[in-house]
Ligand binder design. Structure first.
Ligand code: COA
Ligand code: ZN
Length: 312
């Protein structure tokens, strides 16, 4: 049997948080619907953050209950930066939350207006409170490779913070290349060290494709034993507070890479193309990862083939 990898599509949160075009709650729901139809079983739906900081996520309390109502079996995670975010998420029915801790002082200040020590303590408290509520938990360790403000992030600090998040009860620690600066050699070195410090099954990775290395980095992570991946359909995404960040590793690139290399994902590429069609209509621009031109040609061949069959 093929080995399974687990994908969390973060398009509705990481993908949309920085988009200039306002996206309605109904459009976000429609995007989640297409992802579910494509076989995605874990989605990061939204974030309960300050609407002043991220206006695009202001409808979190309206969106989440509708998602939970419509897609009961879906793993629906939401990002919360503090206890207030957890409170709001819990009131909206959240079953899974993610805290976000950056591994450098400056990135925490820019992102959540806290220093590293305060952000670590707040993340721990938020995780513990979420566990007490019976929620499933993830903890992002952001800028785990390079920081846009401080350069290369010390590996020992990434390991120490990851362990603290796991000890505070994070079910999954997400090692994030927030600005897409990692390369496969660095991914290999860091993940080999992290899997010495904690169980590979407790770790997930979150890559951005700024330098065209998202898929290569995903392969390095697979080789290091990681089986949990974040990705964003169409490659949309990026943190508004991290200068230079581009879109996430595209879900379609990850699925293609994994399935062609002997792993199963449960996700259908034609289904993802339907989700991308919808996202393109909403964002009014062409989307798609590195494999997009080839995937569209395959789609056109399949369509022509089907037409041929019906006219014959
Ligand atoms: N959701 C909604 N509102 C929140 C909130 C949350 N999770 N946390 C705090 N607030 C509100 C406070 O109630 C207060 O409101 P008021 O001005 O009406 O009184 C206001 O925000 C300021 O509160 P304060 O605790 O001083 O927060 P801050 O200004 O230092 O901002 C964060 C801290 C974390 C709320 C803010 O930086 C943030 O939301 N960051 C999100 C960053 C993000 O999403 N990044 C991308 C993903 S990694
Ligand atoms: Zn991201």
């Amino acid at each position: 049997m093929m080995e399974r990898i687990h994908i969390t599509d973060v398009a509705p949160r990481d993908g949309l948080q920085n988009q200039a075009v306002p996206v309605s709650t109904a459009q976000k729901l429609a995007l989640v619907e297409r992802l579910v139809a494509a076989g995605v079983n874990s989605v990061e739906i939204t974030s309960f953050v300050s609407p002043k900081a991220v206006p695009q996520m202001a409808d979190a309390a309206e969106l989440l209950p509708q998602v939970l109502d419509r897609f009961g079996a879906l793993r629906s995670s939401v990002l919360v930066p503090n206890l207030k975010g957890l409170e709001r998420a819990h009131a909206a029915g959240a079953r899974e939350i993610a805290v976000v801790l950056s591994a450098t002082e400056t990135m925490n200040r820019k992102n959540i207006n806290m220093g590293l020590d305060e952000a670590t303590a707040v993340s721990e408290q938020t995780l513990q409170a979420a566990l007490a509520l019976g929620l499933r938990t993830r903890a992002y360790v952001a800028v785990a490779f390079d920081c846009p403000f401080e350069g290369e992030t010390p590996l020992e600090r990434v390991i120490a913070l990851s362990r603290r998040m796991a000890e505070a009860g994070a079910h999954e620690v997400v090692i994030a290349d927030t600005i897409g600066a990692a390369s496969p050699g660095m991914v290999k070195e860091r993940l080999n060290a992290l899997t010495q410090a904690m169980a590979a099954d407790q770790l997930a990775v979150h890559f951005h494709d700024t330098r065209g290395m998202g898929a290569a980095n995903a392969w390095a992570a697979l080789e290091a034993g990681i089986r949990r991946f974040d990705a964003s359909v169409g490659g949309i995404g990026g943190c508004p507070f991290a200068p230079g960040a581009a879109g996430n590793l595209a879900t379609e690139d990850l699925v293609l890479l994994a399935e062609r290399s002997g792993f199963s994902t449960g996700v259908s590429l034609p289904g993802l193309l339907q989700a991308i069609d919808l996202a393109q209509d909403v964002l009014q621009r062409p989307l798609g990862g590195r494999s997009m031109a080839w995937l569209r040609r395959q789609q056109a061949h399949a369509r022509d083939g089907a037409k041929g069959a019906t006219t014959r």
